[in-house]
Design a protein around this ligand. Structure first.
Ligand SMILES: C[S@@+](CC[C@H](N)C(=O)[O-])C[C@H]1O[C@@H](n2cnc3c(N)ncnc32)[C@H](O)[C@@H]1O
Length: 343
């Protein structure tokens, strides 16, 4: 793969451009990566299940519009709790960031959460280059348009690509790197899958690097249920949007809305509360060109949420060789931010 390189942490460099790290060659565009994910996880079974990968759920502008709409709803508590955490603890967190560092927001989505931290770094005159990474170019354009243009010390750049692209790209950066996983992105999976994903980041981390990992540990099943099965149907529409997008990426209309119901499933896998959306076939679904056959009642699993508390997260960190150097809790709910370094 050809990777675009760029100068980092240069005070004279302007902010606001987007670097394409996902389309180095014709075989490695965001869309070809989405297609590969679908071939591996939807067209074939993985661990006995079919999945709609999250890269499809978040894969286009429409998905982000629905997510931004969900963020405005009262019942979507976890975003508010994490914003409150980052506002209240911004000074403490910023103190841990070395001057001349690079901060990479893995799946930035929106800037509301990260802005209090960037403001604090700016106030302290820390030269930090903030890289907003996302699979959605539209999300990046939105993020960059919302970041303050008045920053003197904090620079920012968008990175368009996937997590895999980022790991390949970030090896060129010599400065201490902070990997931000805000909004329960990493660590939020079945234990072994979560560990496998975290290990990929550990493999690129150096002793001076840090990971700031935010996770919601809500234990109230009604509250969790209401937030993901909202009155405006934002999340369900988002899942259906991802299914429709997979038609486009695969080049065949295997998904027809009338053949599927989308349901929320809340489980307690002791001691952790989990939520997943499942698409269930209401009749036989057959797509010859893709070799796809699903019987009535067969299911496709989409996003899953694991509400791990600090004890369970510690088990993940121990398993991958990360040490928890600091931890903050939201003043408004059980959302935690863990600051991790190589053990
Ligand atoms: C749950 S949102 C979180 C956004 C933000 N970090 C926050 O806390 O508000 C997940 C974000 O990750 C992005 N994303 C999902 N899969 C991705 C992938 N494989 N590579 C890069 N970005 C991805 C989505 O587009 C979306 O913006």
């Amino acid at each position: 793969m050809t990777v675009t390189t760029t100068t980092v942490v240069s005070p004279s460099e302007g902010s606001g451009n987007i670097i394409d790290i996902g389309t180095g060659s014709a075989n490695d565009t965001v869309e070809t990566q989405q297609k590969q994910m679908l071939q591996q996880r939807l067209l074939k079974k993985e661990n006995g299940k079919r999945w709609l990968p999250t890269a499809l759920v978040w894969g286009d502008e429409n998905a982000h519009r629905l997510w931004w709409e969900a963020n405005t709803l009262d019942e979507f508590y976890s975003i508010r709790d994490e914003i409150n955490l980052l506002k209240v603890w911004a000074q403490d967190i910023a103190r841990q960031v070395q001057d001349q560092s690079v901060m990479i927001d893995l799946g930035c989505g929106d800037v509301t959460k990260v802005v209090p931290l960037l403001n604090e770094l700016e106030r302290n005159g820390k030269h930090v280059h903030y890289y907003a990474l996302d699979i959605s170019r539209k999300a990046l354009e939105n993020v960059l348009a919302k970041l303050p243009t008045s920053y003197q010390y904090v620079k920012y750049t968008g990175l368009w690509g996937t997590f895999d692209n980022l790991r390949a790209w970030c090896g060129n950066i010599q400065e201490p790197r902070w990997f931000l996983s805000l909004g329960s992105i990493f660590g939020n999976d079945e234990f072994q899958i979560a560990i496998n994903d975290l290990k990929k980041w550990v493999s690129v981390m150096r002793p001076q690097d840090r990971m700031l990992l935010g996770l919601d540990a809500c234990d109230d099943d009604e509250k969790v249920w209401r937030s993901y099965n909202d009155v405006k149907d934002c999340w369900h529409r988002m899942i259906r949007n991802g299914l429709a997008l997979s038609n486009k990426v695969l080049g065949h209309e295997w998904y027809r809305p009338e053949d599927w119901e989308v349901i929320g499933v809340c489980h307690r896998r002791s001691p952790t509360l989990t939520h997943q959306w499942v698409a269930r076939a209401t009749r036989t679904v057959h797509c010859e060109p893709l070799g796809l056959y699903l019987a009535q009642g067969e299911e496709i699993v989409t996003n899953e949420w694991y509400k791990y508390g600090p004890d369970e997260m510690q088990k993940q960190f121990d398993a991958v060789g990360l040490s928890n150097v600091a931890q903050w809790k939201s003043p408004s709910g059980p959302v935690y931010e863990y600051l991790l370094a190589l053990a």
